[in-house]
Design a protein around this ligand. Structure first.
Ligand code: C5P
Length: 397
């Protein structure tokens, strides 16, 4: 969050139905302490009014290149004052104009004249998104250093379903915040486990837990934003992997263990966020077990401790553990840290953290404990990584 506070952003709207999400995006950015100046194309004005955006930002919306105010250089002045320009929604037409350096209205001129980062959130029908022309333009913009946020897949305003939906305001706000993170993990390789594991009982049943994977995925995204190379070994979750992360999908603890063993040698930092099942079924049945009215005993055997294995390697990466406890958080967490010989452990109360959108981590290291005040999981992830960076700067990675 710190990095985004007091920044100035030009929020550019172009003519798409997703423009309604830009109102919420403006609100979320302002909540983070960002100074938001809205600029709209004429097309955008067909979808959302200037009055709405002005009321949310407290500033008149800019759209006319020829209004004669100031020195007649609004495009230069605005882009110089901005720390970033964010175009949401960015239509196929606006993307094409950006890719070709066209500058025929205030917003496109400002983009061409900028000396700050440009982020775009594409929003269009799936056929328009998949068209060779749009894909060519997007590839060109990426090569030019433009940050492309999304799009997402799902039901579209036109009734079709597919890729091209603009990301939700919250995801866009996180993308903008992420783009401001200093690249303190550039050149570092981060391996992390996330989500639950699924231990099969028979062909259709299994043992799992309520971990959503949100914390692990948020850490993966935050690390990518800080420039790290990220490998995410994930149990079954309903989340999309952050773009840019290498995703290794697993189900059971043994599969997770195998994946980690293969990947760990190349990593500088290992974070075990996964809620790994402590036990697996001794004899998995290939067929569905039939009920016979009597009791059913299932023998469970302990799973290997992945994190303890990594921490005990001869030349381990910097290892970070997570501990979800339902009581005696401090005592159990510190015991766990010592037992697994970890330089850092992040603890939280399971009943408050699992599946929730926000969290309150307490970090335990050799210097004692550090409470990260309650906030959304992306903010907790950034704070955790900042702490890791602080610790590893003194103890070389
Ligand atoms: O012992 P406990 O399960 O509470 O430890 C939690 C930490 O250890 C987490 O970081 C978790 O990812 C990791 N862990 C593991 N393999 C296991 C059990 C836990 O890596 N089998």
């Amino acid at each position: 969050m710190e990095q985004i506070k007091s920044k100035s952003i030009v929020l550019g709207l172009t003519g798409g139905i997703a423009a309604y999400k830009a109102a919420e995006l403006a609100r979320l950015l302002i909540k983070q302490g960002v100074d938001v100046q809205v600029a709209m194309t004429d097309g955008a004005g067909h979808f959302i009014t200037h009055t709405t955006m002005q009321a949310l930002t407290g500033k008149p919306v800019l759209s006319n290149q020829w209004d004669g105010s100031g020195n007649g250089m609004a495009h230069i002045n605005l882009s110089r004052a901005a720390d970033a320009i964010v175009i949401a929604p960015a239509t196929a037409d606006f993307i094409a104009r950006l890719a070709h350096g066209l500058a025929d209205d205030l917003l496109s001129t400002m983009c061409l004249a900028r000396n700050c980062p440009l982020l775009i959130a594409p929003a269009m029908n799936r056929q328009m998104w998949e068209s060779a022309a749009t894909q060519r333009n997007i590839a060109q913009l990426k090569a030019d250093g433009v940050i492309v946020l999304g799009p997402d897949t799902g039901v579209q305003a036109c009734g079709e379903e597919g890729m091209g939906r603009m990301l939700e305001a919250e995801q866009l706000a996180q993308g903008v915040i992420g783009s401001f993170q200093p690249k303190l993990l550039a050149g570092k390789k981060l391996l992390l486990t996330a989500g639950p594991t699924y231990e099969a009982i028979d062909a259709v049943r299994g043992i799992t837990n309520r971990s959503s994977g949100k914390m692990g995925y948020a850490i993966a995204q935050a690390a990518l934003d800080m420039g790290a190379q990220v490998t995410l070994v994930s149990g079954p979750v309903a989340l999309a992997a952050p773009a840019g992360a290498q995703l290794v999908k697993v189900e059971s603890a043994l599969e997770m263990f195998d994946a980690v063993k293969k990947l760990v040698a190349a990593s500088d930092i290992f974070i075990g966020v996964a809620a790994v099942a402590d036990y697996r079924v001794a004899q998995t049945s290939a067929q569905k077990i039939k009920k016979d009215g009597g009791n059913l005993a299932i023998e469970l055997v302990p799973n290997p401790d992945i994190l303890a294995y990594v921490a005990a390697l001869a030349n381990p990466p910097f290892c970070v553990g997570f501990a979800a406890e339902s009581e005696n958080l401090r005592t159990y967490a510190e015991q766990k840290r010592r037992a697994k010989k970890l330089p850092l452990l992040a603890a939280n109360l399971a009943q408050k953290a699992i599946g929730a959108d926000d969290n309150e981590l307490i970090l335990f290291d050799d210097a004692g404990e550090h409470v990260l005040p309650r906030s959304d999981k992306p903010s907790q992830a950034r704070a955790l990584l900042s702490h890791i960076i602080k610790l590893t700067m003194t103890n070389k990675l």
